[in-house]
Write a protein that binds this ligand. Structure first.
Ligand code: BTN
Length: 272
């Protein structure tokens, strides 16, 4: 048997979860694991329903970007969450997911990525993984019907797998550690990390916030705020507040709390 092939049975045998992956779909190919979760959620899939795919033909990223998802090279993982609690907390779940994804990579590969605010995972100064969190809100009472976090982790890509400008900013676990990755174990560890995150949500906010601040490589760097209207402002990232907003000291000395728009951080490769 091909040890690197993603297998539902193998993943299930490696994981011990209460909610995440209790219904698990492991596919060879799909347009997007997030889109598949959305389709399943609309058909009434249970909380924890998880889709993992060996390839995505239409992998989606934040801000309408695409996410490169070649066959056999990455882990493309999405699940359906139905968290209770105030929407102000639920919108921050994506930061919790970033911490859980760092936990899973560390447990599987022995290296802990950093987090580029808000939720790119970084290893060796380059992007290792991305997270796209989508949610559906009930029209009647504005409650959250479901949340779908989708995590894409570059596992066994080589330099030639990243075309064009991606070659400067992206990396994989193989490229950084020199070791091949057991994607079944990574999937199982990610399911477990998300499961304990869900169990701790939202009461374990202090613990997740502390880990996020420790992992966040944006703090302590010069950043450029790029606003939706195209205007930019430079500043220095001083901290993350209790809502996972980035606190930026600008030239006037004023501290701005940033929760929307895009922040790029100057430094290595122009990416961090
Ligand atoms: C980003 O970097 O902008 C976010 C990328 C998120 C990619 C993952 S892969 C699994 C899930 N399915 C998708 O289509 N997107 C997410």
């Amino acid at each position: 048997m091909d040890k690197d092939k993603l297998q539902e049975g193998t993943i299930k045998s490696l994981m011990n979860t209460k909610v995440i992956g209790r219904d698990l779909l492991c596919l060879n190919t799909i347009d997007s694991t997030n889109t598949e979760c959305k389709r399943r959620a609309m058909q009434g899939a249970v909380e924890g329903f998880t889709v993992i795919s060996d390839e995505q033909t239409g992998g989606r990223g934040r801000l309408g970007r695409s996410f490169l998802s070649p066959k056999g090279k990455g882990l493309y993982f999405s699940c359906i969450l139905k968290p209770s609690g105030p929407i102000e907390d639920i919108v921050n779940l994506t930061a919790w997911v970033a911490v859980a994804a760092c936990d899973a990579v560390e447990k599987t590969c022995g290296v802990r990525p950093q987090i580029k605010w808000t939720n790119d995972l970084i290893l060796g100064g380059k992007k290792l993984a991305g997270i796209l969190t989508e949610m559906e809100i009930e029209a009647e009472d504005a409650s959250v019907r479901y949340v779908i976090p989708g995590i894409g982790i570059n596992c066994s890509h080589g330099p030639s797998d990243f075309p064009g400008e991606l070659s400067d900013i992206a990396t994989s676990l193989l490229m950084e550690t020199g070791q091949s990755v057991d994607r079944n174990a990574l999937a199982a560890n990610l399911a477990e990390a998300l499961d304990s995150m869900l169990e701790g949500f939202p009461q374990k906010l202090p613990q997740y916030l502390e880990k996020y601040r420790k992992d966040c490589c944006t703090i302590g760097r010069e950043v450029k705020l790029i606003r939706a209207d195209g205007t930019t402002e430079e500043g220095y990232a001083v901290d993350i507040d209790e809502d996972f907003r980035l606190l930026v000291r600008t030239a006037s000395g004023e501290i701005q709390s940033v929760n929307s728009g895009e922040v790029s951080v100057r430094g290595i490769c122009g990416y961090l």
